[in-house]
Design a protein around this ligand. Structure first.
Ligand code: A3P
Length: 278
């Protein structure tokens, strides 16, 4: 008994707030929340629940690195402290700032078919504006006939992943980034999470039994084998994740797909993985 008490008190004495060793840097609407929540099945992952926006918001950045560390959960020396702020991936000043903090931090990007991502993004903006927005078709085109894509709008721009990635590669080698498929995370979550475990160099503990496909939500949720989470929302993420999408005109979907296709190809080449987006 006394040995147990000593062990526990030495464990507690080692608990402290540490800088993250891994950051989910994007992409917005890619499935970043699902990824962060699911990773926490692993006992070594200590995650920051809120998005910190340290490197992208000047107001936060000016508070300094000690402030940033204070936002982190307590962890043990061999734990992985992780935060997620999807805006990092597309904010130009972030790679340099992050590199200045740590040259070894591991970067995780969850990507999703950019056309679907754009629709998801629109639904999010629509929700925030209480439904006061033009139709998706109008929102992402710049002419009356709705035939010319408004490439300057961030809803479209975020999906040109290769452009954003190249800004990161000026500071970090590609081996320091890991890409998760947003599609696969919904169809085969354990497989994608096991790849992340490998990238983070932690014991493989996440199994397919940790998830079940919720037929109402049509997304994977935590199964009964994930004790603490199972009572809330049948183990599913909140209502704001997995919202219904409006049906989009075929020509508009094609306009987006045609626009993204060459960029997607370059992106696959850079990361060495084909995501098979249409
Ligand atoms: P939609 O709500 O448009 O379907 P993020 O967390 O980065 O904001 O991404 C939100 C998206 O995560 C959702 O977009 C949904 O498609 C996706 N997602 C992936 N796995 C999910 C899960 N298990 N439950 C709910 N949404 C999930």
């Amino acid at each position: 008994w006394s040995e147990l008490v000593t062990k526990e008190s030495s464990r507690v004495s080692l608990l402290r707030k540490r800088f993250p060793n891994a950051i989910i840097i994007g992409v917005r609407k890619g499935g970043t929340r699902a990824l962060l929540e699911f990773l926490q099945i692993h006992p070594k992952i200590k995650a920051c629940t809120a998005e910190i926006h340290f490197f992208d918001f000047n107001k936060n950045y000016q508070l300094g690195l000690n402030w940033y560390r204070e936002q982190m959960p307590k962890s043990l020396p061999y734990d992985i402290t992780i935060e997620k702020t999807p805006a990092y991936f597309v904010t130009d000043k972030v790679p340099a700032r992050l590199h200045q903090m740590s040259t070894t931090v591991k970067l995780i990007v969850i990507v999703r078919d950019p056309t679907e991502r754009a629709i998801s993004d629109y639904v999010q903006v629509l929700f925030k504006k209480h439904g006061v927005l033009p139709s998706f078709e109008k929102f992402i085109t710049k002419d009356k006939a709705e035939k010319v894509l408004k490439t300057s709008v961030s809803t479209v721009q975020i999906g040109v992943y290769v452009d954003h990635l190249r800004k990161w590669l000026k500071y970090f080698p590609i081996s320091q980034l890991h890409f998760v498929s947003g599609e696969e995370l919904t169809t085969n979550p354990a497989k994608e999470l096991q790849a992340v475990e490998k990238f983070l160099n932690i014991e493989p503990l996440i199994k397919k039994e940790h998830f079940y496909m919720n037929q109402t939500k049509r997304f994977p949720c935590f199964s009964q084998y994930v004790e603490s989470k199972k009572k809330k929302n049948s183990g599913c993420l909140s209502e704001s994740k997995g919202r219904p999408h409006p049906s989009i005109r075929d020509d508009i979907r094609k306009l987006l797909q045609d626009y993204y296709r060459p960029y997607n190809k370059e992106f696959y080449e850079e990361v060495g993985r084909d995501f098979h987006w249409p």
